[in-house]
Design a protein around this ligand. Structure first.
Ligand code: 4AD
Ligand code: MG
Length: 467
C-alpha cells in the first residue's frame, strides 16, 4: 500500500469517469430498495463522499459489517451524481473491509452527544464532524502562523522545554526530576525519593517544564533580529476554567530594534492575517461552526479582519470600568489585576472589538517588562478579544542592565540564575519587544468552541491526563 493517497476531498473535485478507490470510515449507511448509500469520510474535508452500491453487488459478512464507524475501501467508477449535494459519487464494484465497528458498542453513533461525553472518547471523537473540523482548522492555523512569520523574514527557532529558570516569575511550574521514583505499574502506588538534595538530581539543580520560551527567544533575537518560537508550554495552575490548560501551545515572536508600538502593530497584523488565511482555506469547516456552534462566528471574524483594534492604557481601562455602573464580583481598583469579567466587559461591551491594553502597573507584571518613566507602570500589552478575554500577552523588554537587576530583586527573585539573560544587557543590548499568543485560545476564537479542552486533541488539565 502506498502512502500516496487520493483523498476524498480530491475525489469530490474530480471529473467523472475512470476507476478510483475511496478509503475512509463509514459515517452512515442507508439501504433502500435496490440500492445502498454509504457516506464515507477520511478527514480530508467536512463533506462526506457518497458511495452507491447496487443491490446484489456485495453480500456476506464483510458487506454486513459496513456500518457506522467501520473502515473500508471501495473501488469502482467515479460517476456524475444524480442526487443533490455532490457532483460525483462512486459506483462501487469492489470493496475491502479493513475493520468493522460493532454497532451495539461503537460509542460515536449517537447524534447530539455532549461535548463532555465526547471528551471521554477523545480517541474516537476526531471522526465526527466537530472534531474533524477543529483539527483541520488547527492544522491550517499552524501553517498560517509559519507562513505569516516566514513571509516577513522571522526565523523559526526552538526553545527548550526543560528549563531551570522561571520566565514569568510566577511559580506554577511542573518539576522535572529523576529523584522521585514513580511507582512501577503493578507495584505499590507510592513515590520513592532517592535524595533530598537537588545537586543529586539529573541536571544538578531543580528543573521544570517551561512556562514560556521567552527568555531563550530573546537571546536568539539578539543576534538573528526577528525570530519566533512555536511550541508546547506548561503551567501547573489549578484552574478549572474553560480557558486554561496545563499543557498548551504558544507562539512567541521577538524583535530586536522594536518598541511597544511595533509590537502592537505586529500582534494586530498577525491575528488578522492568520484569521484571514483560515477563512480562505477552511471555508466549509467555518461554515459548519457558524451553523452548529456559534451563529455569530463569521460575523465576528469578518469584523475582526476589517476593523482596527482599539488601544488604551490600563489606567484608561480602569477609569472606564469604574464608570461602567456594573457590579463586579472582583472589585476594580488601580493596581489590581484585571479579572476575566473585566476583560470581557472592556472588549465585548465597551469597545465591541479586540482591544490592546498597555502600560500596566509593574507589580502585576513580570520582571522583564520595560519600566516607564512614571516609576509605576511598565511597557506591557495584552490583546483582549470578545468571548475569550486575553489572547496575547507581551511587552517591550527591559534592556537596561541596572534597571533589570533591580526589577528581578523587586520581584523577590535571585538574579544569579538569570546571569545569561542579564548578559544580553551587558553586551550589545538593544531595545526589543515580543509577545506570546496562546494557540488554543486562538483556535477557540476561530471556531467558536466554548471550552479550551475541545480545541486540542488530548487535553491536560487538573486531574486529567487520559489518552
Ligand atoms: O500572558 P502570558 O503568561 O505571557 C507570557 O508567557 C510571555 N512570556 C509571552 C511573551 O511575551 N513572549 O501567556 C501568553 C498567552 C496568554 O495571553 C494566553 O493566550 C496563553 O498564553 N495562556 C494560556 N493558554 C491556555 N492555558 C493556559 N493556562 C494559559 N496561560 C496563558
Ligand atoms: Mg498574560
Amino acid at each position: 500500500m502506498d502512502y500516496r493517497r487520493t483523498y476524498l476531498r480530491d475525489l469530490m473535485q474530480a471529473q467523472p469517469g475512470g476507476q478510483v478507490s475511496a478509503y475512509g470510515w463509514v459515517k452512515t449507511r442507508r439501504d433502500s430498495k435496490g440500492v445502498s448509500f454509504v457516506a464515507l469520510n477520511d478527514g480530508s474535508c467536512m463533506a462526506d463522499f457518497q458511495v452507491v452500491v447496487d443491490a446484489g453487488t456485495f453480500d456476506g459478512a464483510d458487506w454486513d459489517a459496513v456500518t457506522t464507524g467501520a473502515c473500508v475501501r471501495f473501488d469502482g467508477e467515479l460517476v456524475a451524481s444524480p442526487g443533490a449535494g455532490q457532483a460525483v459519487e462512486l459506483k462501487a464494484t469492489g470493496m475491502e473491509l479493513y475493520g468493522g465497528a460493532d454497532a451495539s458498542t461503537y460509542p460515536l453513533q449517537k447524534k447530539g452527544a455532549t461535548m463532555e461525553f465526547l471528551r471521554e472518547i477523545a480517541h474516537l471523537r476526531v471522526r465526527g464532524n466537530t472534531f474533524g473540523a477543529v483539527n483541520r482548522v488547527r492544522n491550517r492555523a499552524s501553517y498560517a502562523v509559519h507562513r505569516f512569520f516566514q513571509e516577513r523574514g522571522f526565523q523559526w527557532i526552538n526553545t527548550p522545554i526543560i528549563t531551570a529558570s522561571d520566565c514569568e516569575g510566577a511559580g506554577a511550574m511542573f518539576a522535572v526530576t529523576t529523584l522521585l521514583e514513580a511507582p512501577e505499574p503493578g507495584q505499590e502506588a507510592k513515590f520513592k525519593l532517592a535524595s533530598q538534595d537537588p545537586a543529586d538530581d539529573f541536571f544538578g539543580k531543580p528543573a521544570y517544564l517551561t512556562v514560556s520560551g521567552q527568555l531563550n527567544v530573546e537571546t536568539l533575537a539578539m543576534g538573528l533580529t526577528n525570530v519566533y518560537t512555536f511550541g508546547p508550554t506548561f503551567r501547573a495552575e489549578n484552574s478549572h476554567s474553560t480557558r486554561h490548560l496545563a499543557e498548551f501551545w504558544m507562539i512567541e515572536p521577538e524583535m530586536a530594534f522594536c518598541d511597544l508600538e511595533g509590537d502592537m502593530n505586529l500582534a494586530e497584523e498577525f491575528v488578522r492575517e492568520v484569521i484571514k488565511d483560515v477563512m480562505d482555506h477552511c471555508e466549509a469547516d467555518l461554515a459548519f461552526f457558524n451553523q452548529r456552534i456559534d451563529k455569530e462566528l463569521l460575523t465576528t471574524l469578518n469584523h475582526v479582519v476589517n476593523s482596527p483594534f482599539e488601544r488604551m492604557t490600563y489606567t484608561e481601562a480602569i477609569a472606564a470600568l469604574e464608570k461602567s455602573g456594573q457590579t463586579w464580583q472582583f472589585p476594580v481598583a488601580w493596581g489590581s489585576d484585571l479579572q476575566s469579567e473585566h476583560e470581557r466587559w472592556l472588549t465585548e461591551v465597551h469597545v465591541g472589538r479586540p482591544v490592546i491594553l498597555t502600560d500596566y502597573p509593574k507589580e502585576i507584571k513580570a520582571f522583564y517588562m520595560r519600566a516607564n518613566e512614571d516609576g509605576k507602570t511598565v511597557r506591557a500589552m495584552d490583546v483582549l478579544v470578545p468571548r475569550i478575554g486575553e489572547l496575547i500577552g507581551g511587552s517591550q523588554r527591559e534592556e537596561r542592565y541596572d534597571v533589570l537587576e533591580q526589577r528581578i530583586r523587586e520581584a523577590g527573585l535571585d538574579p544569579e540564575p538569570y546571569w545569561w539573560y542579564m548578559d544580553l544587557r551587558k553586551y550589545g543590548s538593544a531595545p526589543h519587544s515580543g509577545f506570546g499568543l496562546g494557540f488554543e485560545r486562538l483556535i477557540m476564537y476561530l471556531t467558536g468552541m466554548q471550552n479550551i479542552r475541545d480545541v486540542i486533541p488530548f487535553h491536560r488539565t487538573p486531574g486529567q491526563a487520559a489518552f
